[in-house]
Design a protein around this ligand. Sequence first.
Ligand code: GAP
Length: 583
Amino acid sequence: MVTQEDVIELAKRRGFFFGANGAYGGVAGFYTYGPNGAAVKDNLESAWRDRFTVRQGNMEIEAPTIMPEAVFEASGHLDGFDDMLVECPECGESHRADHLIEDNTGIEEAESLPVSEVEMIIRDHDLRCPTCDAPLGGEPVEDFNLMFETSIGPGSGQPGYMRPETAQGIFVEFPRLKEYARNRLPFGVTQIGPAYRNEISPRKGIIRVREFTQAELETFIDPEEDEPPLHEVADVEVTLYPADEQEDEEGSAYATTVGEAVEEGVIGSEWVGYYLGVAQEWYERVGVDMDRFRFRQHLPGELAHYAADCWDAESEVGGDWIEITGFAYRGDYDLQKHAAHSGEDFDVFVAYDDPVTVERATVDPDMSVLGPAFGGAAGDVADALRDLVERDPDAFRNAKAAGEPVTVTVDGEDYDVALETANFGVEEVTESGESVTPHVVEPSFGVGRIVYTVLAHAMDRDEVDGEERTVLRLPPGVAPTTVGVFPLMDKDGLAEHARTVAADLRAAGLAVTYDDSGAIGRRYRRQDEVGTPYCVTVDYDTLEDDTVTVRDRDSTEQRRVAVDDLVATLARLRAGDLAFEDV
Ligand code: GAP
């Protein structure tokens, strides 16, 4: 079995990713993508953009990564974006309390437990500091806010925070974005970019880091009217691990289809179900092994402060399940909060198919009566009457039926007003639509964790010509290099010829590595190890008939292809329009 250590070792040795700032000793939680990793990440982001922005007809934006404090007061991150921290009394090392529990007891999803229970479990299981082995029982467990704080501008400046999710950059711009969408629901806005979290204990390579890339889609819907095109993915087979199965000792993940799971109410929202189906197909295309993949529902105590229902896409690497994407039904939480805090209009006016006539209760307070009766409070009493008729018109209807005045409260004092003075009436009005606060459905992908999964699932060891090789079976569209070009020998004009072939392939937009050092078998192995799907060798026959050999990474089979056909053949292979056996 390929272990997490194997992946991390290969990643470092072959330039996929490695701890950043090594020259200065490095700081935990920050990683640099090397040339091969940056290329894989870029290919995955392009594939994501193609599926979730272009093919969905969504809009992509790029918002700042530092945002003012007011944004996170409104979003709830200042108050609620915490992890549980326990500090070692001996060595001072900080640890995530829920992870300590998960790693050392049979308890899963400890994040959903209350702090008091976490403290009790640490004490009862005699959990110890992973660094120095000192007992942690009796130590306080505290909530630690994960946002990086900064100061905007010189001097004491204005407090700002590095965004902990790209989503907030979309939500705060909603008043403008709805205009670009011509005020028509549903519409989706995507963003790919960095997010920052001051993780208590970053770990396992790029899985839990302090700076990472998210690819997020916020879909704004009218909850009463808009339905997703569920039929497009109803037959997609998925492995689900619902909350009740997790809570049942005998429970397990099981295979079903998106359509069945939505129909049976296992997936509570059609929109979430739709995105699980779209994502499942996308993961498969970019190289996630579907036998090591599942969708897990959040347990009730695990739900984020904004989420009504949430599923995680999880991949298995080295025996561990890693959350790679969150799918959340966020309701109108975000837009309501930003509307309330900013005073801006985060609603969308939804036009009815046909105008409707409705009865509307009205008041028109008679100030010539209210003034003498209530003096300085008369204006406020009139406002209170207008407010009441909007909020609770039945208060007037009931007062009328009882033949009594209506009562309003201003600054804690009750005022009785006769209905004739309030001028209560009912009129018929024609309405062409209504204001709706859209609900949000959000698939939120962690790009680094997908890079990691795709590398781990692609990594394999087999034997070629009696020699063990490490091979990354990456899909051609994800591999950092599409083709390696080699001259058989560095003499007799073969190298010049091979350089021309490489230049022509590059000019056609293919990612090419040129390699003329060492035995040809070693050159193949080097490319196999970084996932290059095809290698082209220029040999003595090339000089005779202008053909080259094309070698397939996975089968190691070779075909001769005319140099004139090479660009088209490789481009079709990369796009998946041609299978190697048909070359
Ligand atoms: N806007 C919703 C949101 O941010 P999340 O579940 O907190 O939801 C989404 O994050 C994804 O971002 C996760 O599924 C994961 O892939 C990635 N992610 C979160 N924290 C991360 C970290 N510290 N390091 C690497 N990736 C992370």
